[in-house]
Design a protein. Sequence first.
Length: 522
Amino acid sequence: MFKIRLFLLREAQKAGPSTAHELIFRLPRIFRNRTIWLASLAIFSLGLANAALPPVVSDALAKAGLPEDSIGLIIERMSDRRVLFAHQAEQSFQTASTMKLLTTAVALERLGPVYRGRSEMRSAGVVSGEVLRGDLVLRGLADADLNTAAFRGMLQSLRQQGITEIAGDLLLDRTFFSPPRLDIGVPPFDESPEFQYNVIPDAILVNGNLIELTMSSTADGFTVRMNQPLDRVVLALAMTLVEGVCKDWEDTWKIPLVERTGDGSIRVVIHGSFPKNCNATTRLNVIDRTEFVDRLFRQLWRELGGRFTGVVREAAAPASARVLAEHRSRGLPDVLRDINKPSDNPLTRSLYLTLGALSPNGDAAATSAARGEQVVREWLRERGIPDAGLVLDNGSGLSRTERLPPRLLADVLRVMNKSEWAPEFISSLPIVGIDGTMRNRLKDSPAMGRARVKTGTLRDVVSVAGYVRNADGDWCIVVGLINHPKASHAIARPVVDALIEWLSKETGPAPMLWWQRVFGGN
């Protein structure tokens, strides 16, 4: 069969691209055996589809200095599932954040659109007068919206119940995920572990474990403040002002130093350099998460007029603990928009772990991540999507090991377009030229407003995946994954942008003939 395919492809090359498909009509004369003819037809069609790159992509790759084997690509028309182009579509590539499409698709179908994570404040103690005599437990159940305001609201609920003093400890119950602390002993993913995109989630992630800073400089001065004060956390400045572009302030940023003082305070030293006449805000993960909740809790509880002399520690809630206050996140579709449009890694990773934590199947002793992977692969198998070449790590694409074939991701997009929850899924994708990570891309092209595309960027990886409407009004699925040591943001992004723009203004081929519908190909 290999020799047959080789012969056919050589004949196609001789014929040239304009007449290659005419070879199909010669097959009955070449192979008089009907079985061999049909098999050859299928192989031939598949070979043509899998060898193709749109000329605009080939040209863009050449201009960028990237080889054609650095990209995996598939374009499929949704109306008849016709594969218009496919290049290395079965080969496994690193995905960067386009992996989020798989995680969010499975989560939406497994958990449903009304699913909400939540946080609980529980206690097995008794309220005597204004005193809660016993430990207070903060139990986390992957609440995506447990920000400072939500945390304050739960504490305010305790005050409204007449509780002024907590005569016990504050226990942090993170056991919804296994293990409860995934961040311990894990090396930094890159050289910027302090920024929000690198935060490793757990079941209690109050305010994302981030201190929020507002920084401002003049020609000769620099100021910084915490938007939400933390108990006995102070800022110290060692910043050098330089001439520079304000929007590039992170280029000369250094990870803040965190120092403990003799009185139990935490000193956060802001250092490095910062442009003159610049204003910026940032959110930093520089304090241990148990310490962060400790300092925030004490600050807010004191502001509400409460008293607390205990310690904050990690422990599971007693079985007898009752709920005193609760907070629920927004519904899953709203969370998916916060994942896919800005490409939020911690939220995605938390959702992936939630799939494992809530799975009724599998080894109960396995980690939440391992169970989450099992859920994803089961979902793929149920929908007839082969998982060969799929490597999962945390579900967000912020990984050097996660990878999949372009065809798998295209199949996920096709399935989700037919899903009961298709509107919820599709509305989570960035709209080209309008919002999310695509808001500043292709703004003056025909693709603006006509495509919903998830993006992905890592060192050596640039990717896109989503839905693009062509000039005929037909919606197409497009997946493009570039992996190469030279595939930087500046070099590789124009390639995938050229792909999206070209597809948006391209007219499609005629409807498929019967043999194409049966055997595939162009």
